[in-house]
Design a protein around this ligand. Structure first.
Ligand code: FRU
Length: 453
């Protein structure tokens, strides 16, 4: 069976959001929304993997299984916190009753990072919701410790709009609502998966049916960041700058790792309301490569974690005007590119006689085209670019580009100028050619051929 090699997928079944990414007892742990019994979304479990280096992941037993009184119908997304020697997970327990889906916040804990025990009571229930907020869209707690207290940011809907509620607790069990924090509303219908980095002063959230802004936020549901300050005493977030987190087709529910020195982010590399061709391979859904994130004067700046140690062979090219083939000798590799005086740049990957995935610099944009990438992916998006299977990322300096491209069996992630584009592709097995067509003063390219066996 064909598989992603350096991205988190399920062994079988369905996955969506990353949950509770955390560094705990020598490992980076990632949990994820998981339905082990089919390649469709179903009653949510928390799948679990861990890694020493963000790249090679080891499967662990399912951490949370739904079915208790507090989470009879699902363990939805959430986060993790390390308190002393103990790892805590905070998640949304789902209970369906009278045709409605009730959501409340629950906790579980572990002392070895492998086996988890649920605390049997709801810790943030509907009784703590401020007036007007719905108990049916009240989910995805982001828990963190600050100044000797615990806080949780929880997404909640109020009428046709939504906000992020801040809760405070002395002990993770007894909570009190401090109020909604956003200084202005989102453009979508329901905020999901809020996440706060105190270190970088960055708030992440996903937004269902958010409105497009030019060539940005074209995905039917999109990820946003806000750079600013979170005043926990006043329960107010003041936004200094906001923007898109990733310009690609497949990126949602991004989360920061807890308990790491630098801010590291991981997201679901997929989108709701689209067909997912890898279902034929027995799994559906994958996560992105983790990325280091910095707040650079309000700009969201991300760079991928290193794959270097998995390079079994490397080559360095220097090209001026060039049109030809790059021998990657396999389906998984990374390309690190720097250019000067670039007039033309067309890189085609995953190429065969009938298929190609195109990365081009055009009119100041990095343009990603998966219209001929293999199995067709159709979504709910109806704008021109989406229908043409194209995404665009603006470049500040298109003539002197820097690029880092990570190619796995079913994905192409492109990083440039601290921005990123994450995309899935489903080519046939024989589509593994690479060609480059450039006109430039020079292009320097490092190719790392990767091996993970
Ligand atoms: C986001 C989301 C979350 C929810 C989870 C359910 O993709 O809808 O809001 O907790 O997925 O699987």
């Amino acid at each position: 069976m064909q598989r992603q090699k350096f991205h988190i997928t399920a062994q079988k079944g369905w996955i969506n959001d990353p949950n509770g990414p955390v560094f705990y007892k020598d490992y980076y742990h990632v949990f994820f929304q998981y339905h082990p019994y089919s390649t469709q979304w179903g009653p949510m479990h928390w799948g679990h993997v861990r890694s020493k280096d963000f790249v090679k992941w080891e499967y662990l037993p399912v951490a949370l299984t739904p079915g208790d009184e507090i989470d009879k119908d699902g363990c939805f997304s959430g986060s993790a916190a390390v308190v002393g020697e103990r790892l805590y997970l905070m998640y949304t327990g789902v209970v369906n009753r009278d045709g409605k889906c009730f959501q409340s916040q629950c906790i579980a804990f572990s002392d070895d990072g492998v086996r988890f025990e649920k605390y049997p009571k709801i810790v943030i229930g509907r009784d703590l919701l401020p007036e007007g907020f719905s108990p049916c869209d009240f989910r995805d707690p982001c828990v963190f410790e600050k100044d000797g207290a615990f806080y949780a940011l929880v997404a909640a809907r109020k009428g046709d709009s939504s906000d992020i509620l801040l809760f405070r607790s002395p002990d993770l069990r007894n909570w009190q609502c401090k109020g909604p924090v956003l200084d202005y509303p989102s453009t979508g219908k329901m905020i999901e998966c809020p996440c706060w980095s105190e270190k970088e002063k960055l708030l992440l959230y996903s937004d269902q049916f958010s409105l497009p802004k030019g060539a940005e936020h074209l995905n039917i549901h999109s990820n946003f960041y806000r750079a600013g300050t979170l005043d926990c005493a006043a329960a107010k977030f003041s936004t200094e700058k906001e923007g898109i987190v990733d310009y690609g087709f497949d990126f949602y529910a991004a989360q920061f790792f807890a308990n790491t020195e630098k801010a590291v982010m991981i997201a679901w590399m997929q989108m709701w309301d689209r067909n997912i061709p890898c279902r034929n391979e027995g799994f559906a859904g994958m996560l992105t490569l983790p990325r280091y994130v910095e707040n650079r004067n309000g700009a969201f700046y991300q760079t991928p974690v290193s794959l270097e140690k998995y390079a079994y062979s490397s080559e360095r090219f220097e090209k001026r005007n060039f049109a030809g083939t790059i021998e990657t000798k396999g389906k998984i590799y990374e390309l690190i590119i720097e250019g000067k005086g670039v007039k033309k740049f067309v890189l085609e990957v995953k190429k065969s006689d009938t298929e190609t995935t195109k990365i081009e610099i055009k009119e100041g944009f990095l343009v990603f085209d998966r219209s001929q990438s293999g199995e067709r992916i159709d979504g709910a998006e109806k704008d021109e670019l989406s229908l043409a299977h194209i995404r665009k990322m603006p470049l500040n300096d298109a003539e002197n580009p820097d690029m880092h491209i990570a190619v796995d069996r079913f994905s192409v992630e492109i990083f440039s100028e601290g921005k990123a584009m994450s995309n899935t592709v489903y080519p046939k097995a024989d589509a593994d050619g690479v060609t480059l067509n450039v006109a430039a003063e020079f292009i320097v390219m490092k190719l790392n051929r990767l091996n993970f066996s």
